[in-house]
Design a protein around this ligand. Sequence first.
Ligand code: ARG
Length: 513
Amino acid sequence: MTDKLWGGRFDEDITSEVLDYTLTTDIDVRLIFADLWQDIAHVLMLGKRGIIPADNARAILGALLRLWEKHERGELALRPELEDVHFNIEQMVIEDLGRETGGHMHTARSRNDQVSTDTRMYLRRVQLDAVAANLALVDVLLSFPEEELLAILPGYTHSQAAQPVSVAFWKTAHASMLLRDVRRLRGAFDRTDESALGACALAGTSFPLDRELTARLLGFRGVLSHALDATSARDYLIETASAFAIGGNNLSRMAEEIVMWSGHEYSLVEVSDAYATGSSIMPQKKNPVVAELTRGRAGRTAGTLVQLLTMAKGVTLGYSCDLQDDKPYLWNAIDTYLSTLRIVAGQTKELRFDSARGEHLCWDNFSTATELANYLVAEHGLPFRETHHITGSLVGALIKRGATLRDTKAGAEILAELGHPVEESVLARIFAPRTAVTSYTSPGGTSPQSVEAVRAELRQTAQGHAGWLERTRDKLGTAQAATFRAAREIAAGADFAKVLDTVAADLPALEQR
Ligand code: ARG
């Protein structure tokens, strides 16, 4: 027999090499709050149902509350030799109360339902933080000043200048994309927010558990009703990683634009000095390193998704230790995604666009050629396919002369030769990038009024998400406070049923689905 909590059937202990290879205490530090909260909910339920003697349950609650205080003071350290957070806390309770009393805590559960429940509790917080960070960035993007509605930027397709757009149009595009990331995170939250506690090792238990009570004390919206599924499922976590990977990719696309556009050749935007660094050798350099790292770190979030899919795909139902590798990369993806969202918000706030440069590039790059084709449709009644051809011939002829749309004199001459005369002053108006931007008034277009309409719509969507975020955080906070209040009252001698009936009446009912 070894002195491990599971040591009864063993003659020999594991080697330190095996311990190092298998332990998760370094990773589990983030689960301490969830494990303690969960332990308390479980023991409250055990006491209420009379599954363990009330006095034992009371004493254990007292020990857990002491550990919670220690944790709050930052003094609760996990011992690696105890493998994981679950064994650590059980051992601490046993060391405090003795095995006679503390040894009752692990009745009617397993680390398999415990770890899934802990991870779900931690992930809920992270998902909410990610929603908050996205909303903060969306707010930055939607808070553009009035003048950016007409600040010109070349819009690109195929990385070639296509049609002029406004800076505000570009910002609202990214906000629109990020709000889908928020929806994805909310979807992941929805499927994370279910309790695995009470599934036990895989098959349930003969003890008369109240899984709904523990789910409500832990603030879950529902119970994962199938014990084998509850202990096996990791899709909630893969889905979360997927939301991070997609979100990371979206941020990377914005970063790529900033990196490119801040180079001399574009000179469309400048990042603030606070988000750039210099070169050790080239004194002139200002490198947009935050944007570069944003792009690079999308590799971490994408990599995590692949790691998790690969880790889980061969695991038959029921816990296998492969599954304990669900956390290390995910933790990294969490830190990467959250820190990226936050730093991108800071950087975006201070981006300086050069709209004169944008306008200049649009003139030079024939970005408004489509406007002549449209004009000939509207004013001369020609079919678009025909006007496309006429305008294409004009562009070809101008390029041969080394001219651009700016050269309205040349333009008027060529059009007259083509048999479709248009006055020079009309060309000057049609080809002005501002005219184009102002005229794209279709819903979702780049005109100031279309962008304002989209901004209003996106703001409303963002407000809806912010309301949900606040309510959800409140719900979790209330459940946690209620659980700890019940534990304190019962540890001080109050009756299980009395306290828990009152507490339960205050907590929201589980959602029926
Ligand atoms: N520490 C493990 C993990 O992180 C949970 C414990 C379940 N392990 C077990 N051997 N049944 O997934």
